[in-house]
Ligand binder design. Structure first.
Ligand SMILES: [Mg+2]
Ligand SMILES: [Zn+2]
Length: 236
């Protein structure tokens, strides 16, 4: 039996949504973002359009410099360090891009301690192209990188999944997690759907609650999540 900690990136590990900020800074955030919110197209299509709108002169170096100006929740490094010490695997599940996630993880000193499932932005010397290695046809979510699949494919029988997130791209995954930490629109959605969750504001709070649960031996599987995982596997 292993324990896995899944962390959303934008707005959960990072302060604010860096993906949104990237396209606000370099691309043409509108009208494509409003069209996405209105359901006119999927996140993958939103990304294809937004990436096509990145201006000439925007290179990997530009985006790395932009990434290095962003900040992370100060509780991130202690949470990963404690998880590693406690034998808990950490996976970052993001519907954002490697171009800002990777530099920030390297700068935090934690790159070697986490696994990452996210979208990719590749540079061909002239322009960027997005790719979506975590895309799912079997999940009903609108995401480019399906977090549900990132979670369930990493879990063995009797493993425990802890999930921490803040937004709508996390909602397909939390149904399959045993312990859920939610803030922002994810918390509202969990409340609406009756998904048990711990409200939180910072990753330090998450760590305190987890340390208490581990100390008491109170980390355990959630029946509804186990059943949901079983059904998802059978449907694949
Ligand atoms: Mg988020
Ligand atoms: Zn999904």
């Amino acid at each position: 039996m292993a324990t896995h900690l899944f962390l959303d990136f934008d707005g959960t590990i990072s302060i604010g949504d860096i993906g949104d900020k990237l396209f606000q800074t370099f691309g043409s955030f509108e009208p494509v973002h409003s069209q996405l919110i209105a359901g006119e197209f999927s996140v993958a299509e939103y990304y294809r359009r937004s990436v096509a709108l990145l201006p000439e002169g925007c290179t990997p170096a530009t985006l790395e410099a932009f990434a290095n100006e962003q900040s992370l929740d100060p509780g991130f490094v202690p949470l990963v360090t404690w998880s590693k010490r406690s034998g808990i695997d950490v996976t970052i599940v993001s519907d954002g891009f490697d171009v800002y996630i990777e530099p920030l993880l390297r700068a935090s000193g934690q790159r070697e301690n986490v696994d990452v499932a996210c979208n990719q932005l590749t540079w061909n010397g002239i322009a960027f192209a997005p790719s979506f290695p975590g895309a799912s046809e079997s999940c009903a979510c609108f995401c480019a990188s399906c977090k549900r699949n990132a979670v369930i494919t990493r879990l063995g029988d009797n493993d425990i999944a802890i999930y921490v997130g803040d937004g709508s791209s996390d909602s397909c995954a939390v149904e399959f997690a045993d312990v859920v930490f939610a803030k922002g629109t994810l918390a509202a959605e969990c409340t609406r759907k009756g998904t048990p969750h711990h409200p939180y504001r910072t990753l330090s709070e998450v760590m305190i609650i987890l340390q208490e649960k581990v100390g008491k031996g109170a980390l355990r599987v959630r029946r509804q999540a186990v059943l949901a995982r079983k059904r998802a596997f059978e449907a694949e």
